[in-house]
Design a binder for this molecule. Structure first.
Ligand code: SF4
Ligand code: SF4
Length: 403
């Protein structure tokens, strides 16, 4: 199958409208075989690392949310773990279908009858959802079933084993092979009684030894709580994959004033890839990719040492991100009397501004029961924010963009 045949009309539109990327020297083309070959050649074969001491996965893992050309190039470069594979409904890349056992494909499962804060764990509903996803994708099985958003607290992990039973049932039928979760923070969240932070919950998950690995929001500039969890995970043989890693890299690339003084020879995405794969105590990481050019630039840094220019780039990026980009820690949640889901709203801002996916951001924003225009600028949340972000102003900006 030619790489060109992967590009459907809507993907062509998406790719053409994607964030214009500069700095890697490869212009985005219409997914012609030459462009994919060129990108794959620039990147070469990605190194692999054991996930929690077990399976070998590429140090950067892929996602079904990437453009099709980036997925194709990723397969050629040895990316072998695919996040959100359920999104490939009837459109799994042929290279994966033809060599199914060489790839790890993951399915994400959300709580039902509500959102990640208010919804429930429902064994039968989750079981049926995965069964349907196996049929719809044509993958035959999923390697990893992921409890999306994760537990609200360590106590819920202990008291509600519904998701573990879903896994056991599906595994017995040969429909899944490994159990994992993605974990968000619920500390101080007024919609979640007894909510805890993601590192606290993940420490309990790693000690529990039932889940094999976790995905969690982690990037440059995180503090001791995360580093303590990563050290424990490594000791326990618990797998770690960082997600939502860009922390503003997309908007930085578009900010001419910021890029004017950026270290010569470095780019935000490549510096990030180098840092994540050589300096952080992670098994692997996901970086959102919006174009073939961005794939080439980002992934060519995978597993390569941080140069002086990259270290300086990361330092500058951290200053920018601390000033502008919510780290999604949720520490502000309990302060808001209006129960505005601040971290969710600022996560959607990332989809729009850093991933160039305005449609997804608007769709998610429209589904919220309380939106940013409920903010009365009381500023109670600002004192809780470790970055002292100007939350009311940010919410107003996001509402103008997504409302
Ligand atoms: S400033 Fe807005 S978001 Fe922050 S606590 Fe007050 S109402 Fe909630
Ligand atoms: S606004 Fe601040 S406190 Fe709230 S989630 Fe973002 S970084 Fe954390």
């Amino acid at each position: 199958m030619s790489s060109k045949s992967y590009v459907r009309r809507r993907e062509f539109i998406h790719t053409s409208a994607a964030v214009v990327f500069t700095g890697c020297g490869i212009q985005d083309k219409l997914a012609g075989p030459g462009a994919i070959d060129e990108a794959a050649r620039k990147v070469g074969q990605l190194p692999r690392r054991k996930l929690g001491g077990g399976r070998e996965v590429s140090v950067l893992v892929g996602s079904a949310t990437w453009t099709r050309e980036a997925v194709e190039a990723g397969i050629r470069c040895g990316i072998n773990f695919w996040h959100k594979a359920e999104d490939w409904e009837g459109s799994v890349p042929q290279a994966i279908l033809k060599n199914r056992d060489a790839h790890y494909c993951q399915v994400c499962v959300d709580r039902v009858r509500g959102n990640h804060e208010t919804g429930a764990i429902d064994e039968e509903a989750h079981y049926q959802l995965v069964k349907r996803a196996v049929q719809r994708t044509g993958l035959g099985y999923f390697d990893d079933v992921q409890f999306h958003f994760g537990y609200h607290s360590a106590a819920e992990l202990k008291s509600n084993r519904g998701f573990v039973r879903v896994f056991e049932r599906l595994k017995k039928e040969g429909l899944v092979r490994h159990l994992c979760l993605s974990q968000h923070s619920y500390t101080g969240n007024s919609r979640v009684r007894g909510g805890q932070s993601a590192p606290e919950i993940l420490k309990a998950v790693a000690e529990d030894r039932v889940f094999e690995h976790a995905q969690f929001m982690y990037s440059y500039g995180e503090g001791d709580a995360w580093n303590d969890f990563l050290a424990l995970a490594r000791k326990k043989g618990f797998g770690t994959i960082a997600m939502k890693t860009t922390r503003g890299a997309g908007r930085m690339s578009q900010d001419k004033a910021f890029m004017k003084d950026f270290p010569a020879g470095a780019t935000p995405h490549q510096a990030l890839a180098r840092w994540l794969t050589t300096r952080a105590q992670l098994d692997a990481a996901v970086i959102q990719i919006n174009s073939l050019s961005q794939f080439a630039d980002t992934c060519s840094g995978a597993g390569k040492a941080l140069r002086a220019s990259d270290a300086e780039a990361i330092r500058k990026m951290a200053v920018y991100a601390d000033r502008e980009v919510c780290r999604l820690c949720n520490q502000c949640a309990g302060a808001c009397q209006r129960r505005i889901p601040i971290a969710d709203i600022l996560r959607y801002e990332r989809y729009a501004r850093d991933y160039g996916d305005l449609a997804r951001a608007r769709d998610l924003y429209a589904r919220l029961d309380t939106r940013a225009d409920a903010c009365v600028s009381c500023e109670s949340c600002v004192a809780r924010c470790p970055q002292s972000l100007r939350i009311p102003e940010k919410l107003a900006q996001v509402h103008r963009m997504l409302g």
